[in-house]
Design a protein around this ligand. Structure first.
Ligand code: SF4
Ligand code: SF4
Length: 231
């Protein structure tokens, strides 16, 4: 489910017309020498970096006109690197000497790390909006599906040691009692929202947000803040 979600989200703002493919073809033919071929002659990094994977992800960056989302998608989905993985290159230069394409591997790894750090900064800022208020206790996540899973993954990166005071809610009674995101977070019935003294409810449903808000209107009167989770 995690992989499916990440695959789909990579195409959120991807709307290729014929121009896109022409551009890719142009880059393929004009910049072939700047691309990693995946030959793996560079293997043996003293810091254990899988250079061929990183450089192939960098290929995607080149093909997409330096769109960091394509690069990150490749790293996280294709190669399954954690979203907060920084690639620790000690700049020994061994790989560059061995590279059949004479690629500037060190510079490219720096660019990759910059993209990862930028993405983490944005994620932290986003999570701050939902979970960062220290005075805000008892936060609920409503609608336990792919979006909630993505929200949880971001939460986990930003608050690795804080997994309390979060409650899950869903209308589907088949989910009640299960713990699909975190082992300490059980899914409860919406009727329990008041019981847990929820102060903020994050709604993870892009298509039916308004409808859900109407259904939960009586809670707003009880001063529960409703927020929509946006990707
Ligand atoms: S320059 Fe960096 S990536 Fe290349 S072999 Fe040395 S440590 Fe590994
Ligand atoms: S040697 Fe160069 S072209 Fe081959 S996998 Fe390594 S970085 Fe890519």
């Amino acid at each position: 489910m995690k992989q499916l979600l990440e695959n789909v989200s990579a195409f959120d703002d991807f709307n290729p017309g014929s121009d896109y493919f022409e551009e890719v073809n142009r880059k393929r033919s004009s910049g072939m020498n700047d691309l990693c071929t995946g030959c793996d002659y560079c293997s043996g990094c003293p810091n254990g970096l899988e250079i061929n994977k990183l450089m192939q992800s960098y290929n995607e960056y080149v093909f997409s006109n330096k769109n960091p989302r394509r690069l990150l998608h490749d790293l996280h989905v294709k190669w399954e690197y954690a979203q907060d993985r920084i690639f620790d290159c000690i700049e020994c230069g061994q790989c560059e000497k061995k590279c059949t394409q004479k690629l500037p591997v060190i510079e490219r790894i720096k660019t990759i790390n910059n993209c990862v750090q930028d993405d983490l900064r944005k994620t932290r800022k986003q999570m701050e909006r939902y979970f960062g208020d220290k005075h805000m206790r008892n936060i609920g996540i409503y609608g336990i599906g792919a979006l909630a899973l993505q929200l949880y993954e971001k939460y986990r990166i930003c608050y690795p040691d804080e997994c309390s005071n979060i409650y899950l809610f869903d209308k589907d009674e088949k989910k009640w009692g299960s713990a699909p995101l975190h082992r300490e977070w059980r899914v409860h019935a919406p009727g329990d929202i008041e019981k847990f003294k929820i102060k903020r409810l994050i709604i993870c449903n892009a298509n039916h947000y308004e409808e859900i808000c109407r259904e939960l209107q009586h809670l707003v009167k009880d001063e529960i803040e409703l927020m929509q989770y946006n990707l």
